[in-house]
Design a protein around this ligand. Structure first.
Ligand code: NOJ
Ligand code: CA
Length: 667
């Protein structure tokens, strides 16, 4: 249902030197204050009566000193919207999109250029974008002057804005100590309110980082990732920028529950989405990261052989896992790093792709194909159509892509506009071939999956693979991700490792990565690994361990029951970097998952969210009393209980521990 424009253009056509306007969200909790004074345009944000962002300047500078920084006010249009929409997959089956909007018309004083600023105020945040309405054949943006002046020295969680990768551990510090940060940038105010700054709907633009104006300053500014020639964005007008989004919540858990980023994206362009299907998957993957086999054939340790592929397909079919990923199926791994190493259509001779596809089809299992580009965009774009058409003809409907390596053409950054264009081209080409995508080494997800729901999952996170060949990810990391990187969209973190100490096949491992100091392990308990499959949302959710480690393992019974899309999501307890307890519903079943950082913790969970009229079975896998992520990580207990909505659960989590509970209606 759509309720639209309330009030239009009372002032359009009246140029003024100053102007002030306040827009309040429907609940009254979010206030956006707009002002034009002394030729400068600013916005400020107040949440629950706490000033979070002081008046902060907006504008941009184009090539040839064409600046849009000093303005006259030309008019304003107010409107509002209240609708519901249904995503193809996600944290909810139904999403409300309700906001008050203000479109401000400005004119740049020096050039006479027109600039529109569109603001939307939600109960869970604020977003705005620049719109250039006139026709201009070429625009080169040299700086975007979107400022964020934090009201006080808030706590924040951040990673350094490396223009090539998001695979980093977060640090917590006062905001004055953050220098240049990647988005999402999450902060906690003096009053304990939370805010996170990121962007939505990145079309033909560069991605945004935030740069501190001077050391010790509370003021940050957008720093777009540049082209090799130093310019930031090359475009033509009319154009709109991505949305700059400030998400707000009174609780840490509220950040996770929000659908704000999706609401800032356009509706799906894929009319019939019946071919798009969320799923859990396994794959020939972890064995290469552990050094048990290799991607290439040279050396005689090839992982993706026909026999191994069939074993994985058999296991998936027997255990209700819908997809199987095969990496290292195609020639080129021996030429990694040289131009045109991969052609994406030539299987290794020991990988009988047609036979494997037929076998998978006979067992009703989907194959997830793989395109590792090594960053060679020039080559991949040449091969894009043939690569997707090859898979489509075979009946392979999901492709994982990868960009591990420096971008070719050289000197372009992974996160610059060149690559944004590339990723969006892959997204639209895949849609044309009815192929779902799982993008590794991506740009930050920005909610484009709403418009192209075949864009399923993304890495762009320091994921599980780091536990196979580096000092690994500490328990705090997975307790931080849902409130930081996770706010930008799904994460293909690839959880679900059961052999926590990685010692089941230790004698067969060969070191292949220089970060491997011989002490690799997963830094969590086994129950924590199960919980991550529910907590870290991905519509393609991997159970990443070797099937040898799942065979006859009682805890795998819980994995078999996991969906990869939800009807409802509630965060029951959460603090950034410390713990998360979440309940997600699919149909009449609930999936409760909890994790903690290095601290053991107990939670009391009232079950009042369950239907009062039913009795439920609870299948639980949780840490044993003596479990510990370092000394006894695989000690777990599986229990079966019966409860009603009147009961409460006591969840005891070990250091680095977790719990997963599957709650089903009792017949
Ligand atoms: C990095 C990806 O994140 C990983 O999943 C993949 O196995 C390797 N690149 C090889 O493509
Ligand atoms: Ca990676």
């Amino acid at each position: 249902m759509l309720v639209c424009t309330l009030l239009v253009a009372p002032l359009k056509g009246v140029a003024l030197a100053s102007f002030e306007k306040t827009i309040v969200s429907v609940s009254g909790e979010v206030t956006l204050s707009l002002s034009l004074k002394d030729e400068r345009f600013t916005y400020a944000v107040t949440y629950r009566n706490e000033l979070l962002i002081r008046p902060s300047q907006l504008g941009m500078v184009w090539q040839s000193q064409d600046s849009l920084l000093s303005f006259s006010f030309e008019g304003i249009e107010l409107s509002s919207k209240n609708e519901q929409w249904q995503p193809v997959w996600g944290q909810y089956s139904n999403i409300r999109n309700q906001y008050n909007e203000c479109l401000v018309h400005l004119k740049a004083l020096n050039s006479g250029r027109l600039l529109d600023l569109r603001f939307r105020v939600y109960d869970d945040g604020v977003g705005f974008r620049y719109e250039i309405p006139e026709k201009i054949p070429s625009v080169v943006i040299m700086s975007e002057e979107t400022h964020f002046r934090f009201a006080e020295n808030f706590d924040c969680w951040w990673i350094w804005a490396d223009y090539n990768t998001l695979e980093k551990l977060y640090q917590q510090s006062p905001v004055k100590q953050a220098s240049q940060v990647a988005a999402p940038f999450t902060l906690r105010s003096k009053n304990g309110n939370y805010l996170s700054i990121y962007e939505a709907a990145i079309g033909d633009y560069s991605t945004m980082t935030l740069k501190q104006e001077a050391s010790d300053s509370l003021q940050f500014r957008t720093q777009l990732v540049p082209w090799a020639d130093g310019s930031l964005v090359k475009t033509s007008a009319p154009f709109t920028t991505p949305w700059r989004v400030i998400q707000l919540s009174a609780t840490a858990g509220g950040l996770i529950e929000s659908s704000l980023i999706l609401n800032f994206n356009e509706a799906s362009v894929i009319a019939d989405a019946s071919w798009i299907q969320p799923m859990t998957y396994i794959g020939i993957w972890w064995e290469m990261h552990l050094g048990l086999s290799s991607w290439g054939m040279a050396g005689g340790r090839h992982g993706a052989t026909t026999a191994n592929a069939k074993r994985y397909i058999d296991f998936a079919a027997a255990h209700g896992i819908q997809g199987v990923l095969f990496e290292g199926w195609n020639t080129g791994w021996e030429q990694w790093g040289t131009p045109d190493a991969f052609d994406f259509v030539s299987p290794y001779p020991d990988f009988a792709i047609k036979e494997i596809v037929e076998y998978a089809r006979s067992k009703n299992v989907e194959i997830i194909g793989h395109h590792e580009t090594g960053g060679d965009i020039l080559s991949y774009e040449k091969n894009l159509d043939s690569a997707f058409s090859f898979y489509q003809k075979l009946g392979i409907r999901i492709v994982k892509t990868g960009y591990a390596g420096p971008v070719n053409p050289p000197t372009e950054w992974h996160h610059g506009q060149y690559m944004v264009r590339h990723y969006n081209k892959v997204m639209t080409t895949a849609a044309k071939y009815h192929i779902m995508l799982d993008v590794h080494e991506p740009v930050i997800p920005s909610g484009l999956s709403r418009t192209y729901p075949n864009l399923m999952s993304f890495e762009g996170v320091r994921g599980m693979e780091w536990n196979a060949w580096s000092e690994g990810n500490p328990p705090t990391h997975s307790c931080t991700l849902p409130f930081t990187r996770g706010l930008a969209g799904p994460m293909d973190y690839t959880p679900g490792i059961f052999d926590i100490n990685e010692d089941h096949f230790a004698s067969k491992r060969i070191k292949w990565n220089w970060l491997d100091k011989g002490n690799t392990a997963v830094h969590s308990t086994l129950s924590n690994q199960l919980a991550l499959m529910v907590i870290l949302y991905s519509p393609l959710q991997m159970a990443a361990d070797l099937i040898e480690n799942y065979t006859d393992h009682p805890a795998f019974k819980l994995v078999e029951k996991l969906p990869a899309t939800w009807d409802e999501t509630r965060v029951l307890a959460a603090e950034i970097g410390q713990y998360v307890v979440i309940a997600r519903r699919k149909g009449s079943s609930w999936f409760i998952a909890g994790i903690t950082n290095e601290q053991p913790r107990q939670f009391e969970v009232p079950l009042s969210f369950l239907d009062q009229t039913h009795t439920y079975t609870f299948l639980t896998c949780m840490d044993a009393a003596d479990a510990h992520y370092e000394t006894n990580p695989e000690a777990y207990l599986i229990t079966n209980e019966t409860h009603t909505a009147k009961d409460s659960l006591i969840l005891s989590l070990a250091a680095g521990g977790g719990v997963l509970i599957i709650v089903e209606e009792k017949n």
